[in-house]
Design a protein around this ligand. Sequence first.
Ligand code: 9MG
Length: 278
Amino acid sequence: MAVLAAGRFRLDLGRPLVMGVVNVTPDSFSDGGRFFDSKNAVSHAHRLIEEGADIIDVGGESSRPGALPVSVAEEIDRILPVLDGLKGVDKPVSVDTRRPEVMQAALRAGASMVNDIEALAAPGAIEAVAQSQCAVCLMHMKGEPATMQRQPHYDDVVAEVGSFLREKAQKALQAGIPRERIVVDPGFGFGKTAAHNFELLRRLKEFSSLGFPILAGWSRKSTLGKLTGRPADERLAASLAAALLALQGGATILRVHDVKETRDVIAVWQAYEGQAST
Ligand code: 9MG
């Protein structure tokens, strides 16, 4: 059985997993800072678990296009009370960060996974993960959140993203992070136009040859806003359509805001595939 090892957790990869998003930021594009207060964030996480989330992803720095970085101290102050509040939960908690200091503080506070939009590029990040037992998501991003949507260019987006992820996964393995702790993610919306995002989605199956579980994050993203003309809080239908297409393309982890509805999509997809529902 293929598993994702994340701290004390072993997640069965024989069925799609849902990663529920909890943004502890005042300026998130998708939920407008509703969970900036740590009590709200903790109760939101509990709600997502009740709705069927397999992993909770807690982030203290916005990565929306144009977002400016926050200090390490501020990022830690935002997420630690939330991680403390989630200590008793029986699901792995992931921390969405690119800073090694934040990773270490989060892992000490009980996080079991690191979701790094920079694929462990910061000095010390790879060591922080290697020295723990946590899982890691290595995501592709071209540029920085502040500037990444300024005319991104690729000759072949699938080939470039694929070789980036292959190289980052190789580095992680060489640093001593076992294969069963690694997830890769093409980084939909991170330094990519709508055309790039759809090319990646259409050819997502090609990433299976990397040999790692694939995480896909389409939930409420601006590409869906451009396509439908709808604001972030009205992109549910578009997000669910993209989630289904990602499942068809071989994604095993869906990073989403709307857990309950995504679970329904998975149930329909599993029935279509002739699999028992989860
Ligand atoms: C933090 N974050 C926002 N979007 C994301 C995505 O698509 N993938 C991952 N891994 N993290 C994301």
